[in-house]
Design a protein around this ligand. Sequence first.
Ligand SMILES: [Zn+2]
Length: 326
Amino acid sequence: MSDPTALDTERVAQAVLKEVLAHQRRMRDGGCTAEVCPRCAAHHLDAVREAVAQNRRIEFVLPAFPTKSPNPAKVLGPLPDLAEELALRFLNSLCERIGGIHAPGATIVLCSDGRVFNDLLGVTDEDVTRYVRAIDEMITRIGATHLEQFTLDEVYNGAGHEEMRETLSAGYARSVEELREEVRAGGAPLAMYRGITRFMLEDLSGPRWTGTRSALQRKCRTLAYRVIQRSKAWGDLLGELFPDAIRLSIHPQPCSSEKIGILLADTPDVWLTPWHSVAVATGDRYTLMKRAEAEEAGGRLEFVDGRPSHYVLDTADSGRLRDRAA
Ligand SMILES: [Zn+2]
């Protein structure tokens, strides 16, 4: 460690991880300590140090930006809006800050997982295609040069969408029984299962559901396992395709996990994502809320280029909202 280059590499790698972990999305009681968790930093240090030592760009992989929730009580429609734009700007600025520490910079590959499980959510393949294209256009429009998208369409180029999902599952999916065992054991898999079941319930309880509440709950519990099954298959495939990348996740992670959970927005609900919500301007900042909550709080819908974009709450309304949340 007396080699000055090694010392420098160590210092740069630590500083890069500090930037990332400052926005860590943690699991409650997951074991992390301090504002920047030293155990999580130690866990990912080798991968970052290797990129720094080789003077190469640090690559992150983030399965995210799948498709909008099909529930109109949560979102403004099937296309990305300001909620996604804020998240993309944030992720790009994170890469820019890393570039200020490590000259070759950083890139985040957004591995859109909409095509992986949209059929389970009742979202059409056409809506997934439109969403992915619109995210690409948004990346170009806002000049987010450190971000790129990667989808299942690029893995199985030319195949039909159903065929892509079948090929992915045949090659990588673990059995539902095996996943059930993990969930039964508690901890992070149980929290993930509960989080996804909650999303499914919200997403599918829109006007299109005509059955009973308990039937919907049963359906969502079954579907949650299939979403987890496909997400894990996608994750394993990405691990093969991007072996040197550092894995990020939109889900809260326990301490020292293989993936670093990352916050995409300033929101009190760590499970809320831009594609399950709307952006709400409150005074000098933005937060994410479900659309129905933004409307109930008195939010005013704003349009940009003729399309619904986000809500604005005046300061008195935001104060009332804070009082209610307290
Ligand atoms: Zn930790």
